[in-house]
Design a protein around this ligand. Structure first.
Ligand code: ADP
Ligand code: TRP
Length: 317
């Protein structure tokens, strides 16, 4: 039996951190055997905020290496660029024509952008519909994402449903895979780990960066246990041995930070090495992405032909 289809993407907007990994990326690797996985670099979405050519190019290459570094296997998962499948922009346009403005105005991401900046580009407004196209064009069964993408997936389902209602059953409605039980990963200052707060531990940190960022963790404590250190540590060590360690070293913040540094080095080191190997593999990575784009265009072609027929965009056979 054919495997179920998994689709997901990440915007190429900078170096990923532990929060991104445990909140979203890790699922891609965990699920790649079970599903026909199609994982892309959301470079068209990134255009809503990045208008510097070299920055977008660099971030795109980096994200592909990040995918390979965390352990996505290009023999099992298809790693491609969103812009290599231009069908999604066509489909997004069609979705824009069946979606009302008030509906899109209710999107959290749009509302947040609006409170920060009045001059929002139309890409930000239409963002959820391009995302719907990314997903629906594949007839995806599941979409693993971080918690913050929950509403976008609801919009994707609503949009697929609306199209089906207007033009006949065409799209499968995808199920979100959201790790509800993963608590928000705290950063070095105890707030949510986020690029915009400058409190991150990079996923591919060097040993020096690991040492510096761990040493900078704010040690708020409760009964001798430094809560922020413990919370980050709990991501990479099982609860039993973690509790034993923190029990035995109650109040010894420096020693506990040292232990976290060691564990982070063992956790990050192999991923960083794998990323480096791919980085040094010559044209291999480029070939993988080009090939994947080609394959994905072929895969979505028949769905788009069906959409064009159903909407009356084709009057010849
Ligand atoms: P940032 O806040 O650093 O800009 P993004 O908004 O780019 O991160 O998030 C990308 C993905 O990583 C999202 O799916 C989000 O749910 C997840 N994520 C980001 N930060 C965290 C965190 N601190 N804890 C858990 N998941 C996170
Ligand atoms: N909006 C997602 C994010 O910011 C990225 C994304 C774009 C995506 N298209 C997608 C995720 C399709 C899953 C499926 O993280």
């Amino acid at each position: 039996m054919a495997k179920k289809i998994l689709v997901s993407g990440v915007k190429p907007t900078g170096r990923p951190h532990l929060g991104n990994y445990f909140g979203a990326l890790k699922q891609f690797v965990d699920l790649q055997n079970e599903y026909d996985s199609r994982i892309f670099v959301a470079n068209l979405h990134a255009l809503t905020s990045v208008t510097d050519k070299s920055e977008l190019e660099k971030n795109t290459k980096d994200l592909v290496l990040d995918y390979l570094g965390i352990g996505l296997d290009p023999k099992r998962a298809t790693i491609y660029l969103q812009s290599d499948v231009p069908h999604v922009t066509e489909l997004a346009w069609i979705f824009e024509c069946i979606t009302t403005v008030p509906y899109l105005e209710r999107a959290h991401a749009f509302k947040d952008a609006e409170t920060k900046n009045k001059e929002i580009n139309a890409g930000v407004f239409n963002y959820p519909l391009l995302m719907s196209a990314d997903i629906l064009v594949h007839d995806a069964d599941v979409v693993p994402v971080g918690k913050d993408q929950k509403q976008h997936l609801e919009i994707s389902r609503d949009t697929g449903e609306k199209f089906n209602r207007l033009f006949g059953e065409t799209f499968k409605l995808p199920e979100p895979l959201i790790l509800e039980d993963v608590a928000t990963v705290p950063g070095t200052d105890g707030q949510k780990m986020s690029k915009s707060y400058g409190n991150i531990i990079p996923l591919f940190a060097t040993d020096k960066e690991i040492e510096e960022s761990v040493m900078s963790i704010v040690t708020d404590s409760s009964a001798g246990v430094p809560t922020n250190v413990y919370a980050i540590h709990s991501l990479i060590r099982d609860k039993e041995s973690l509790d034993k360690l923190y029990e035995e070293n109650r109040g010894k913040y420096k020693d506990l930070k040292e232990a976290l540094i060691q564990d982070l080095k063992s956790f990050i080191g192999p991923m960083r090495e794998r990323r480096k190997e791919w980085e040094e593999s010559g044209d291999k990575v480029r070939d993988i992405v080009v090939e994947a784009g080609h394959k994905m265009r072929q895969v979505v072609h028949s769905k788009m032909m069906e959409v064009r027929k159903r909407t009356g965009l084709i009057h010849h056979e």
